[in-house]
Write a new protein. Structure first.
Length: 268
């Protein structure tokens, strides 16, 4: 056999060995393509009667989580100790409730809520499908019944409130849209003004903060900075998406009781 033929055979073997095998890059792309993305998920909301709650009787809220093609999502990951967080807020932002529906299986969550009056309410669900991203789905619902007198959403002149014997002060380092801001809640006893240093973990953190714009369209679920102690200060990082008026709800736990404090701020 000539040297030329041997050389050609050797080159053929080498080229075959270096053929198009699956690369890590291609595998990563394939894995990423199967991830459940927020744009491909929808929440179907059902209220059992759509009426303001009577004394001792709540209104059943049913949430069905599906993909756009109709396939139900049946597995979820714990997110701040719960499979799904449901925030219910009145149109004038006066009513606020943070609850955790029971998972019934097959992508369905249910819980009763006591709607205090007729009118429009914003329903906001936070959840994380297994193998997917954390996501938020929102819906306006109309509740029948006598409406309460609307409460104007006016920025607070002072960011200090008294709630259940606790003096809570909010400070924000920079109140500008699309810039990272640090929210600091400082808690003290109303009577003695002594710092409160025995806060208990709430949903796995020192506290929990929800922010909603005046029109109910821009929602921010704020996570606490990690490694915090038990007060008197609680720190949260967030970004206000644009200029406007926002309401901020902070939730904390002490003596096994959760309490909520709210502030209205204007982002110039």
């Amino acid at each position: 056999m000539s040297k030329r033929i041997l050389l050609l055979l050797l080159m053929s073997v080498l080229l075959t060995a270096c053929g198009p095998e699956p690369s890590w890059e291609n595998e990563n792309v394939s894995v990423a393509s199967n991830r459940i993305m927020a744009d491909n998920v929808k929440a179907v909301w059902t209220l059992d009667d759509g009426k303001a709650s009577e004394a001792g009787k709540g209104t059943l809220i049913r949430i069905e989580i599906k993909k756009d093609d109709g396939e139900r999502i049946d597995k979820f990951e714990l997110n701040h100790e719960k499979l799904l967080h449901l925030i219910v807020i009145g149109k004038d932002l006066a009513y606020f409730n943070h609850i955790h529906p029971e998972y019934k299986g097959d992508g369905i969550f249910e819980i009763e809520n006591d709607f205090p009056a007729g009118g429009e309410y914003r329903l906001i669900a936070d959840f994380k499908p297994a193998g997917g991203d954390s996501m938020t789905k929102m819906e306006w619902v109309r509740i029948e019944g006598k409406r309460a007198e609307p409460v104007p959403v006016v920025p607070d002149a002072s960011l200090e409130k008294i709630v259940d014997g606790k003096r809570v002060t909010l400070s924000i380092d920079q109140l500008e849209p699309k810039k990272e801001s640090k929210l600091t809640f400082t808690l003290a006893d109303e009577q003695t003004n002594q710092p409160i240093t025995d806060l208990e973990p709430y949903l796995g953190a020192i506290g929990h903060v929800v922010i909603l714009s005046e029109d109910g369209e821009r929602y921010v679920h704020v996570h606490a900075d990690e490694g915090q102690a038990t007060g008197p200060d609680a720190y949260f990082e967030t970004t206000f998406p644009r200029s406007g008026v926002y309401k901020v709800w902070g939730q904390f736990q002490r003596d096994n009781q959760v309490f909520t404090v709210s502030f209205v701020v204007k982002v110039p």
